[in-house]
Ligand binder design. Structure first.
Ligand code: ATP
Length: 601
């Protein structure tokens, strides 16, 4: 039986929830301890006001009934003073509460973003982009339950309950004791509804994430949606989730309505009961009318704190769900302590070596098994092989995006694990298959290559990438906006912009992931020329999809299933009947050998 109850309750209530929530938020809350100190101080003043106002009304009533004008005259300035002080403290309270809550949210947002930026590629790949956005847009905004007024209420409500209880006990102990009977009922209600709300909130937050993912994917994959006429399907997918969310929100509001109605009912009955009992005591002469007024003013504080605590519990459950979701990201170990920034510590490269590298992205997956490769420095090395052979994985290992489970990658006879991430990545210029452009101007997209690039370096790099003339033909030149809201660059122009970025980065190692899409021969020629300039005096590794582009490579390495099966020059490999010749024949056919050699001189 006991185990059954534990199993039933544990999804809703776990001590670890409290621990997790407070451990995660503690450092952020401590940053604003001054604000919390002011809020706590005001809290005590407000408790004093609550009692003082009740005392004021009661005494004023008694003074009026006994026609004591002097007493009335003495009480009026006290009432005015209390009102003024109350206004001032309320004002200060609002300001400091905003400072604390928004400050914590701001810090948490920055911390979360920097944490995500520092996560290893493998772990980041497991997180959905929609969920990541949802952490910023929904989860962080839902932590009020543990950092805002609810936290203050947690302190205020028990204190106000005790203070009012003691004060009213002096006036009439019997009515006070009735509140003790109501207390367990009020707390029970709150806990029950709070737990139900928690279950719904979990589902709601998961749906927020899913909806964000659908939206995110739809906007970035709009072309695919259109060409496969997936509009209706995508719309229905969103519609389904949206309906589900709507139903859950309605269910949530019904729960909240039940909860508040039950609380209200309890308070009203208790109020009515105490009023009748009080009226009876006035009738028997055991209480004055003024005392009854004090009672009427304060009696709600004997039940409200209890239902209030329950409401706070419900709000806590909401926040705990949000924290639970945030901790799925924050619990992941980042790969560096600080945020990497450009740091060119490796100026020249004397050796690059993969030594006994064993690696798989997932547990039990083996892509490389004791892989050995020495990359000749300041040469052009081309990697060829069928899809899935492991070419991109070699790039990932060299840049430290993933770490080998055994063995090591060495640069200048030093393990890449011993370089900081910023040293390692600043030594590599990577030209990906698809160039990513940030929204902003052409200049801004080039400036990201390295800090403090000069105007002259930018124009030189663009000239070297055969892009300068085109940029200058645009009305706003280098200030032309590109990216989401700007002009669209063609595939070849994007590639050349990526090459210009690599020229500006001026790193000793160049990694080129050749674009699979074929360019027209003129653009191809420009891209090839730009690349040849870029490759001078650098150690270049190219993943070649179109074999036409690598005939001049110093070494071609053919990889299959994570193993080197051939190595040599274009001519050497063509003469051997092996993987390279097979790939070459698939792409060009024997009869087309001649035109192949004419490209990109
Ligand atoms: N993030 C990942 N998680 C799990 N497996 C992966 C991941 N990335 C790649 N793989 C797997 O690793 C293997 C090697 O992939 P890799 O991308 O290195 O091949 P490739 O030779 O570059 O292929 P392509 O020429 O098609 O780009 C493949 O079987 C692929 O499915």
């Amino acid at each position: 039986m006991k185990n059954k109850i534990v199993t039933l309750v544990s999804p809703y209530f776990a001590w670890s929830d409290f621990q997790k929530t407070f451990t995660l938020l503690k450092p952020f809350v401590l940053q604003y301890k001054k604000a919390y100190f002011v809020l706590s101080f005001i809290l005590f003043i407000q408790i004093f006001f609550t009692l003082a106002f009740a005392w004021f009304f009661g005494n004023l009533t008694d003074a009026a009934i006994s026609s004591n004008l002097d007493r009335i005259k003495a009480l009026v300035p006290i009432g005015v003073g209390l009102i003024l002080l109350n206004i001032i403290t309320t004002y200060i309270y609002i300001i400091y509460e905003t400072i604390a809550i928004n400050g914590i949210k701001k810090d948490l947002k920055s911390y979360l973003f920097s944490h995500i930026l520092r996560l290893p590629a493998g772990k980041l790949a497991t997180l959905e982009s929609g969920n990541l956005l949802s952490h910023f847009n929904n989860d962080i905004h839902s932590i009020d339950g543990v950092i805002g007024s609810s936290l203050i209420e947690l302190i205020r409500l028990p204190i106000i309950y005790i203070a009012v209880f003691i004060y009213l006990y002096q006036i009439n102990p019997i009515i006070c004791f009735v509140s003790l009977i109501v207390a367990p009922l009020a707390i029970g209600f709150g806990v029950f509804f709070g737990l139900l709300l928690r279950r719904n909130n979990r589902r709601i937050y998961t749906l927020f994430g899913k909806i964000n993912t659908i939206l995110n994917e739809s906007f970035s994959g709009l072309t695919v949606i259109r060409s496969f006429t997936l509009e209706k399907l995508t719309f229905n997918k969103l519609l389904k989730k949206n309906d589900e969310l709507y139903r859950l929100e309605i269910a949530n509001s019904k729960l909240r309505a039940w909860f508040f109605t039950a609380g209200e009912l309890l308070c009203s009955f208790y109020f009515l009961f105490s009023l009748c009992l009080g009226a009876y005591f006035v009738f028997t002469g055991e209480m004055t009318v003024g005392s009854l007024l004090i009672y009427v003013n304060l009696v709600n504080y004997l039940v409200n704190p209890l239902t209030g605590l329950a409401a706070m519990w419900a709000s806590f459950q909401r926040s705990a769900t949000a924290v639970e979701r945030l901790s799925t990201v924050l619990d992941l170990e980042p790969e560096s302590y600080g945020l990497p920034s450009y740091n060119k510590a490796i100026n020249t490269v004397s050796s690059i070596r993969f030594q006994n590298v064993t690696f798989g992205y997932e547990y039990n997956q083996i892509i490389f098994d004791r892989f050995q490769l020495e990359i000749p420095v300041e040469k052009v090395v081309a990697l060829v092989g069928p899809s899935g052979a492991g070419k991109s994985t070699l790039f990932n290992l060299l840049q430290g995006f993933h770490k080998p489970s055994e063995g090591d990658v060495f640069i200048n006879n030093r393990s890449t694990a011993d370089y900081s991430l910023e040293e390692l990545r600043s030594a590599v210029a990577y030209v990906p298959q698809e160039t990513f452009l940030f929204s902003g101007t052409i200049r801004e997209n080039l400036q990201i290559a390295r800090p403090n690039v000069t105007e002259m370096e930018i124009t030189q790099a663009c000239s070297q990438a055969f892009l300068h003339d085109y940029i200058m033909s645009l009305p706003e030149g280098y200030d032309t906006k590109i990216g989401e809201r700007g002009i669209r660059l063609s595939g070849g122009q994007k590639q050349r912009l990526a090459i210009a970025r690599a020229v500006l980065k001026n790193a000793p190692i160049l990694l080129l992931d050749e674009a699979t899409s074929a360019l027209d021969s003129e653009t191809e020629l420009y891209v090839q020329k730009a690349l040849q300039e870029l490759m001078k005096n650098r150690t270049t590794i190219i993943i070649a999809h179109r074999l036409s582009t690598i005939q001049n490579a110093d070494v071609i390495i053919a990889i299959e299933n994570g193993k080197i099966v051939q190595m040599g020059s274009h001519e050497e490999l063509l003469q051997n009947k092996g993987l390279y010749e097979k790939l070459y024949n698939i792409q060009y056919g024997r009869e087309k050998r001649k035109p192949f050699r004419a490209v990109a001189e």
